[in-house]
Ligand binder design. Structure first.
Ligand code: CTP
Ligand code: MG
Length: 224
């Protein structure tokens, strides 16, 4: 069969990839994570390669790091992730937008294709993975009630939306002064259902110093 270049895209429907990269990387403590290297490439370079098929890519950069030396559209980052994405979505031109944390360098093609197919039909979706460990409430340092993990998911990115849906949600949240940690929450808050699509554990977020060691290991066998 003759497959399209990237399953999930359709000719004539433009996809914009929005990359919030403006965080300060406090938990690792080595500056903005977008510029940390894994196997000789910055996290930003890894992600740009992973989305090379997209019609448009826009990156929100931290103050003082505007000069990446890369040829890519940029906007100023905001004080929070939500504000960075708000700046991004306002300049996006695609009918569909995918928002992806630059702190997740490994872009698994099959997972992104699953997401795009869902966004095309329902207008809003996020990748998410099952909780692998027992999940428990902490009660003053003691083992509390166990939360049924089969009813919970760990949320990843990319998250995909029809641009208008995400834009309107961001503008409303700004007016109301509400802050959410991801875009799926924001869109759901506006009453739009958000589909859960099976993610991939390789799309983990580099958050703590040891995550960089895991990333170095994965980079060695990476070929997609
Ligand atoms: N981000 C952003 N603008 C902000 C804060 C975060 O664009 N004001 C981005 C980060 O660059 C990252 C993603 O949102 O790609 C997820 O954020 P997180 O993992 O929390 O990164 P940091 O905020 O940089 O890290 P930390 O919380 O440890 O400071
Ligand atoms: Mg943060």
């Amino acid at each position: 069969a003759c497959l399209p270049a990237f399953y999930g895209t359709i000719p004539g429907v433009k996809v914009s990839v929005l990359l919030p990269a403006a965080g300060s990387g406090e938990r690792i403590g080595r500056g903005p994570k977008a510029f940390l290297k894994v196997d000789e490439k910055t996290l930003l370079e890894w992600v740009l390669e992973g989305f090379a098929w997209a019609d448009e890519i826009i990156v929100a950069l931290p103050k003082g790091f505007e000069d990446t030396g890369l040829s890519v559209l940029t906007v100023p980052g905001g004080a929070t992730r939500q504000q960075s994405v708000c700046n991004l979505v306002q300049v996006a031109t695609g009918e569909i937008v995918l928002v992806h944390d630059v702190a997740r360098p490994f872009v698994v093609r099959a997972a992104v294709e699953r997401l795009l197919s869902e966004v095309r039909t329902s207008g809003a979706a996020t990748l998410a993975v099952p909780v692998p460990d027992t999940l428990v409430q902490e009660q003053s340092g003691r083992y509390g009630a166990v939360i049924p993990r089969e009813h919970h998911r760990l949320v990843q990115t990319p998250q995909g939306f029809r641009r208008e849906v995400l834009l309107q949600a961001h503008l409303k949240a700004r007016v109301e002064g509400l802050e959410f940690t991801d875009d799926a929450q924001l869109v759901r808050w506006q009453g739009h259902p958000v589909a859960l699509v099976e993610g991939d554990r390789r799309m983990f977020k580099i958050t703590y110093p040891e995550d960089l060691l895991l990333a170095e290991g994965l980079a060695r066998v990476w070929n997609s």
